[in-house]
Design a protein around this ligand. Structure first.
Ligand SMILES: C[S@@+](CC[C@H](N)C(=O)[O-])C[C@H]1O[C@@H](n2cnc3c(N)ncnc32)[C@H](O)[C@@H]1O
Length: 351
C-alpha cells in the first residue's frame, strides 16, 4: 500500500471533538483532517467559523498530525443573511472550546474579513477557507481581497459550491476559478466544497490529486463523501440523544407536575367532601327548623283564630249587655215600659 493510500485510510479514524449544528460542513471533516496532514500548512486562515465545525477540525488535525500550524478564525460571530443572525452565546461556546483545546496555536479574530486582512502580511497564508456570505459578489470579493495574502501554491477552499438557491453564487465563482486554476477538485456532497491550488506551487508543495490528469478524483470524492456521511450521521445521532435526554427530562418534570396536580386534586376532593358534609348537616338543620317553624306557625294561627272567636263572642255579649242597659235605663225613666215587657215575657210561651 502506498503512503498516499495509507494516509487516506487513516483519515477514516478522524473523530472530531466538536460536532455542532448547523451540519453543513460535517461531511467534509475527514477531508479537512487529511488535507492538514498531507499538506502541512504553516498558516491557516478561515473566513467564517460560526459554531466551529470546520475550524476545530483543522485545529484538531494539526495537533494530531503534530504540526506547528498557526490557525486563525475570522468571524463577526453575528451571522449573516445565509447563516442567519445569532446571539453572543455562539461566540462564547466557540471561545470556551477554543480555550480548552487550541489556545496555544489558534486565535479567534472577532471582526469582519476586510478588517482582518491588515493583520496578515502578503504571501503569508498557505491554506485559506472561504465560508462567509455566499453570494457571488461576496465570495468573489473575499477571494480577491485575500489573494495577495496567499503564499505561492496556497490551497483555497470554497464551501457551498453545490448550492443553487437563496442567492448562493459560490458555484458561479467556482466555475470561473476552475479554468483559471486548473489544479482543483470539487466535492459535491455536504453543499459542495471546492478545493484549488494556486498555480505557482513550488516543487514539493504541488498536490498531485488536484492535478487535471489525476485519475482517482472520482474515487477520492466518493471516499470522502462516504467518510463525511458518517460524521453527519454521528451529529444527527448526538442531536437525537440530546433531544431524547431533553424529552426524558421534560417527561420526568411533567410526571412530577402531574403528581403534584393529582395530590392537589385529592386534597381539593377531601376539602370538597368536608364542605359537602357540612352542607348536608346545615341542610338537615335548616329543614328541621323549617318544620318547627311551620308547626309553630300553624299553632299560632289556631291560637289567633280561637282568640278572635272569643273576642267576637265577648263583643256580642258586650253589645247585648249594652242593649239591656239601655233598655233598663229607658224602663227606669218610664216604668210602663217595664210593666209592658214583663207582660210580654209572661205571655211568651215557655221554652
Ligand atoms: C456559513 S457560516 C460558517 C460555517 C462554518 N465554517 C462551519 O463549519 O459551520 C458563515 C459565517 O461567516 C460570518 N461572516 C459572514 N460574512 C462575514 C464578514 N464579512 N466578516 C466576518 N464574518 C462574516 C457569519 O457571521 C457566519 O458565522
Amino acid at each position: 500500500m502506498s503512503g498516499f493510500e495509507n494516509e487516506l485510510l487513516k483519515a477514516a479514524n478522524f473523530s472530531p471533538l466538536s460536532l455542532q449544528l448547523p451540519d453543513a460542513w460535517c461531511g467534509h471533516l475527514p477531508f479537512a483532517a487529511w488535507l492538514i496532514k498531507s499538506f502541512k500548512p504553516k498558516t491557516f486562515v478561515e473566513l467564517g467559523t460560526h459554531t466551529g465545525n470546520s475550524f476545530f477540525a483543522f485545529c484538531q488535525a494539526a495537533i494530531e498530525s503534530q504540526l506547528a500550524t498557526k490557525c486563525y478564525a475570522v468571524d463577526t460571530w453575528q451571522g449573516d443573511e445565509h447563516a442567519g443572525v445569532y446571539g453572543d452565546e455562539i461566540f462564547h461556546q466557540v471561545s470556551t472550546h477554543h480555550q480548552e483545546h487550541y489556545s496555544g496555536f489558534a486565535r479567534l479574530m472577532r471582526m469582519t474579513f476586510d478588517e482582518a486582512t491588515s493583520y496578515f502580511s502578503d504571501a503569508s497564508i498557505d491554506l485559506l477557507h472561504i465560508d462567509g456570505l455566499h453570494t457571488y459578489e461576496a465570495v468573489k470579493h473575499d477571494f480577491e481581497n485575500w489573494l495577495p495574502k496567499l503564499a505561492p501554491g496556497s490551497i483555497v477552499l470554497f464551501h457551498d459550491t453545490n448550492v443553487r438557491e437563496r442567492d448562493f453564487g459560490v458555484w458561479k465563482l467556482w466555475a470561473e476559478l476552475q479554468s483559471a486554476y486548473p489544479n482543483n477538485l470539487e466535492f459535491t456532497h455536504s453543499n459542495g466544497l471546492g478545493v484549488l491550488q494556486l498555480n505557482n506551487a513550488p516543487e514539493g508543495k504541488r498536490l498531485s490529486w488536484l492535478g487535471p490528469d489525476y485519475q482517482g478524483r472520482r474515487q477520492l470524492a466518493d471516499y470522502f463523501s462516504a467518510l463525511g456521511a458518517k460524521q453527519v450521521d454521528r451529529l444527527s445521532l448526538e442531536q437525537q440523544k440530546i433531544q431524547t435526554a431533553y424529552f426524558r427530562q421534560s417527561a420526568a418534570e411533567l410526571e412530577q407536575q402531574l403528581t403534584t396536580v393529582h395530590q392537589t386534586i385529592s386534597e381539593k376532593d377531601a376539602y370538597l367532601k368536608t364542605l359537602e358534609d357540612a352542607f348536608r348537616a346545615k341542610s338537615q338543620y335548616l329543614s328541621e327548623l323549617e318544620q318547627r317553624f311551620h308547626k309553630l306557625e300553624a299553632e299560632a294561627r289556631e291560637a289567633i283564630q280561637a282568640k278572635s272567636n272569643q273576642l267576637l263572642e265577648l263583643e256580642s255579649t258586650l253589645r247585648q249587655q249594652a242593649d239591656n242597659l239601655e233598655q233598663l235605663k229607658r224602663e227606669i225613666k218610664n216604668p210602663l215600659l217595664l210593666i209592658k215587657r214583663k207582660i210580654v215575657q209572661s205571655l211568651a210561651p215557655k221554652s
